[in-house]
Design a protein around this ligand. Structure first.
Ligand code: NAP
Ligand code: GCO
Length: 263
C-alpha cells in the first residue's frame, strides 16, 4: 500500500454545498489540497462572487453555482452541469434560535428543509452516478445537536438528529455499491453562524454563551473551520473505505465532558 495515495483525492470531483465561507469553505479547501476538483453552491450571488475570489486567492479554481439546495429541480440542474461527482459534502445549513413555544411551524419547517430534506435531495441526485462509477463518498455535516439539545434550537436539533440517521440509512442502503456515507459532527466553531453567540456585549464584556462554551469544552477554546480539515480528507479518501454510517465528532471533547467541576 502506497500510504501517500491513501489520502489522495487526485482525479476526484467534490461538491460541497453552502461552501461560500465558514465550515464548507474550509472543507472544500482541504479537499482541494488533497487533489480534488471543487464545485460548490450557495444562494447569494454576492457570496458566490466573494467566494470565487477567496478560492482563487488560495490557488483553487472552484466552480461555483447559485443553487438553493432545498429546490430539487435547481439541484438536479446543478448536478447535471457538474457531471461526475465522486464526493458530496452536505454542508449547507441554517439555524433559527427561537424558543419552541414561540416558533412558527413555518420557521421549523424551513430549518428542517435546509438541514435535513436538502441533504436527502442532493444525496438522491448524486447516488445513481456514484453507483454507475463503482462507488462514492457522502459526508453529512451533522452537529453536537445530533446528540444533545439545548434551549431555542428545537428545529435545528431535530434536523441534525435526523441527519445522523439519514447518514446511517444511506450507509445501510448503498454500502453494497461501495458508497460510504459518514458524518462530521463539529462542536462549537467560530463562523458567521455562531457569531451571535460569541460577540462581546455592548459594554465590552464577554458574551455569557462564549464563557459557557469555553467551560464545557476540554480544549478550552472555540473550534476553527480549519480544525475540520483532517476529518474531511479522511472521510473523502480511500482511507475510510471501510468506514460507513459513522459520525466523526470534531468538538474539542465537549460531548465527552460534563463540564468544569467547581473549584
Ligand atoms: P454559515 O457560516 O451560516 O454558512 C452557511 C453556508 O450555507 C453559507 O455559505 C450559505 O450561503 C449557505 N446556505 C445556507 N442555506 C443554503 C441553501 N438553502 N442552499 C445553498 N446554500 C445555503 O454556517 P457554518 O457555521 O459554516 O455551518 C455550516 C454547516 O455546519 C451547517 O450545516 C451547520 O449547521 C453546521 N455546523 C456548524 C457548527 C458551528 O459551530 N458553526 C457546528 C456544527 C455544525 P448563502 O446564504 O449564500 O446561501
Ligand atoms: C447553537 C450553535 C450550535 C452550533 C453547532 C454545535 O446555537 O447552539 O449554533 O448549534 O452551530 O451545531 O455543534
Amino acid at each position: 500500500m502506497n500510504f501517500g495515495e491513501l489520502f489522495s483525492l487526485k482525479g476526484k470531483t467534490a461538491l460541497v454545498t453552502g461552501a461560500a465561507y465558514g465550515i464548507g469553505f474550509a472543507i472544500a479547501e482541504a479537499l482541494a489540497s488533497a487533489g480534488a476538483e471543487i464545485a460548490f453552491c450557495c444562494r447569494s450571488s454576492e457570496h458566490l462572487k466573494k467566494a470565487l475570489e477567496d478560492y482563487s486567492a488560495k490557488g483553487i479554481s472552484a466552480r461555483g453555482f447559485i443553487c438553493d439546495v432545498t429546490d430539487e429541480s435547481a439541484v438536479a440542474n446543478m448536478v447535471g452541469k457538474i457531471g461526475r461527482i465522486d464526493i458530496l459534502v452536505n454542508n449547507a445549513g441554517i439555524i433559527k434560535r427561537i424558543p419552541m413555544t414561540d416558533m412558527s411551524a413555518e420557521d421549523f419547517k424551513e430549518v428542517i428543509d435546509t438541514d435535513l430534506t436538502a441533504p436527502f435531495i442532493v444525496s438522491k441526485a448524486v447516488i445513481q452516478g456514484m453507483i454507475e462509477r463503482g462507488g462514492g463518498k457522502i459526508i453529512n455535516v451533522c452537529s453536537m445537536m445530533s446528540e444533545l439539545g439545548r434551549e431555542t434550537v428545537s428545529a435545528y436539533a431535530s434536523a441534525k438528529g435526523g441527519l445522523k440517521m439519514l447518514t446511517k440509512n444511506i450507509a445501510s442502503e448503498y454500502g453494497r455499491y461501495n458508497v460510504q456515507c459518514n458524518g462530521i459532527g463539529p462542536g462549537y466553531i467560530a463562523t458567521p453562524q455562531t457569531a451571535p453567540l460569541r460577540e462581546p456585549r455592548p459594554d465590552g464584556t464577554k458574551h455569557p454563551f462564549d464563557s459557557f462554551i469555553i467551560s464545557k469544552t476540554p480544549a478550552g477554546r472555540w473550534g476553527a473551520p480549519e480544525d475540520l480539515y483532517g476529518a474531511a480528507v479522511f472521510l473523502a479518501s480511500r482511507a475510510s473505505d471501510f468506514v460507513n454510517g459513522q459520525i466523526l465528532y470534531v468538538d474539542g471533547g465537549i460531548l465527552a465532558y460534563i463540564g468544569r467541576q467547581p473549584d
